[in-house]
Design a protein. Structure first.
Length: 224
């Protein structure tokens, strides 16, 4: 090759694979938080040495470290041995760590309530539907406000297992009314192009940040 000849350079585009996220809806977890200067490695070593997970019968799908330095032990959603494993873990580190079970909460909405329905009536109606006492159900009522035609709507949170049982039927009897219940689904919207199903970090659409968020026209906002 002479000095005047230029070597052709070829470029290869490297496409990175997206990191797979753990599906929290398909797993239960136990969090172990080290304290008193204990480290993640020290507590994890103590747990594996003193707790016989095979004897308990639980199956851990993953053991990871959270951003806060906690040990996260994930189990399959159908694993019924989580309470047994949680109790065994609480008896092992004792003063060296704090152990707590992590349960998924689901937000649901209840519509068609009459105007005089109270939070207490909503709570008792859910307990009756699940055939559980008040002490056996954990409910967070986020809002109870006026809706159309003199009715009310409620937004509440329940534990995942209770939500599954409650949503088997679409109606819930509260007082005289049979209210409609459904899972509250939040859509992901990009604040850059104002489209759905993605965020502005991976947006390839046009920049509409100065446009109306309702009709996507320029020069005014939805509030005006």
């Amino acid at each position: 090759m002479s000095k005047g000849d230029k070597k052709e350079v070829t470029w290869t585009e490297v496409i990175r694979k997206k990191r797979r996220r753990l599906d929290s809806s398909n797993s239960n977890a136990i969090a172990v938080r080290p304290k008193n200067g204990e480290s993640y490695a020290m507590i994890l070593r103590a747990i594996k040495q003193d707790v016989n997970i095979e004897e308990i019968g639980a199956q851990a799908s993953s053991i990871t470290e959270s951003r806060g330095g906690n040990i996260l032990i994930r189990l399959a959603k159908s694993d019924s041995r989580q309470p047994d494993l949680e109790n065994a873990l609480k008896n092992t580190p004792r003063e060296r760590a704090v152990v707590r079970g992590l349960e998924k909460w689901v937000v649901i909405k209840i519509t068609g309530l009459n105007f005089i329905t109270t939070e207490e009536k909503v709570f008792s109606g859910i307990c009756s539907k699940l055939e559980l006492s008040a002490g056996e159900v954990s409910i967070k009522v986020w809002s109870l406000r006026a809706s159309y035609s003199g009715t009310q709507k409620a937004t509440i949170s329940l534990k995942d297992d209770d939500t599954t049982k409650l949503l088997k039927k679409e109606r819930l009897k509260i007082g005289w009314m049979f209210a409609k219940i459904s899972r509250l689904v939040k859509a992901t919207r990009c604040f850059r192009c104002l489209c759905y199903d993605h965020t502005q970090h991976n947006c390839k659409g046009p920049d509409r940040r100065q446009s109306c968020s309702v009709c996507i026209e320029d020069e005014y906002w939805a509030s005006s």
